[in-house]
Design a protein around this ligand. Structure first.
Ligand code: SF4
Ligand code: SF4
Ligand code: FES
Length: 320
């Protein structure tokens, strides 16, 4: 059985007289079980040899074929065409991965990606006498790292990270997941230095927990989960004097105290009441809230059954 597919591909040719991106449609016949990559290769081989894309293993191993399909990052070789064909018969929209500059058509420049990976020092830094053989670690101590070591550096998470979209300084999900791989390695002697560095601007506290990286990662690396684990570790190590850390602690304290989020006290506890610069930044929001009658009460009461909320906190904390 074959299927009739229309691809709408976002293209860009840097060698054109006036380089600008444009969309081009291709209509192809494909075997039923074909992947998106099969379709693109067919276009390139049989219809338009100028279409540029990157691929190698065709088995979700090399990480080279990440791109956006219908607005979401995927590995083209790991995506069945059937699964991304819109039900209404409209074309499958194919674009280069996001948050990285386009080199040509579906090929993006990974310099930014690798720069961020390098920034987290992705190598083991052991101390003490050098062993005769390898640096050994007990199996149990490495189990929680197995998932993160499955990263194939495809950049799908980076493509769809909502913070990177607005702040290029953010280390991003792939680099932070890689950082966790070394923070959590019992053979590394620099856990604290690493955590300290990662609490700076652009690090672990800048993630907004949008979950995009978790959803698009083809290898189940769970970058956001790793970032949250590093936050816990950073707080436990005493690195709690950043806006991000104070925000998390204030959030928890307020919910534990009243059973709801006190939006008046949250920014005050996060930034500090004498932090004039930050307080002034919040003034317009305060005024807008006042105008629509949304200013939280000055002295909010705990919700009925607050003891149940506090019991949940106790249970969670006892498990740590
Ligand atoms: S959860 Fe954090 S790291 Fe992951 S995509 Fe969202 S903002 Fe980026
Ligand atoms: S974390 Fe997942 S999505 Fe991100 S680079 Fe690694 S394998 Fe790709
Ligand atoms: S071609 Fe290697 S991951 Fe897709």
């Amino acid at each position: 059985m074959t299927m009739d597919v229309t691809l709408n591909v976002k293209r860009y040719n840097p060698d054109a007289a006036k380089p600008a991106s444009y969309n081009q449609e291709y209509r192809i016949d494909l075997e039923d079980g074909s992947s998106l990559l099969d379709g693109l290769i067919k276009v390139r081989e049989e219809m338009d040899g100028t279409l540029a894309l990157r691929c190698s293993c065709r088995s979700a191993i090399c990480g080279s074929c990440a791109m956006r399909v219908n607005g979401r990052a995927v590995l083209a070789c790991n995506t069945k065409m059937k699964d991304v064909m819109p039900k209404d018969g409209s074309p499958v929209k194919v674009e280069p991965a996001g948050n990285m500059g386009v080199v040509k058509d579906l090929i993006v420049n990974f310099d930014v990606f690798w720069g961020k990976i390098k920034a987290v020092k992705p190598w083991l830094q052991p101390e003490g006498p050098v062993p005769q053989g390898e640096y050994l670690a007990p199996n149990e101590a490495m189990l929680h790292l197995a998932g993160v070591m499955g990263c194939i550096m495809c950049g799908a998470c980076v493509s769809d990270c909502t913070v990177l979209e607005v702040d290029k300084n953010f280390l991003g999900p792939a680099a932070l997941a890689k950082a966790y791989r070394f923070v959590g390695d019992p053979r590394d002697a620099h856990e604290k230095d690493r955590l300290k560095d990662l609490t700076k601007y652009g690090g672990m506290w800048d993630c907004t927990r949008c979950m995009q990286c978790v959803q698009v990662c083809p290898k189940g690396v769970d970058p956001m989960g790793r970032i949250m684990k590093m936050r816990d570790k950073a707080l436990a190590a005493g690195y709690n004097n950043t806006y991000g850390a104070r925000h998390a602690l204030a959030f928890t304290d307020l919910v534990r105290h009243g059973g709801h989020l006190d939006e008046l006290r949250l920014p005050i506890k996060t930034f500090g009441i004498f932090n004039v610069k930050e307080m002034l930044k919040l003034a317009p929001i305060g005024m807008r809230s006042q105008m629509v009658g949304k200013v939280p009460p000055l002295f909010p009461k705990p919700i009925p059954g607050i003891q149940n909320v506090r019991r949940i906190f106790e249970k969670v904390e006892a498990k740590r």
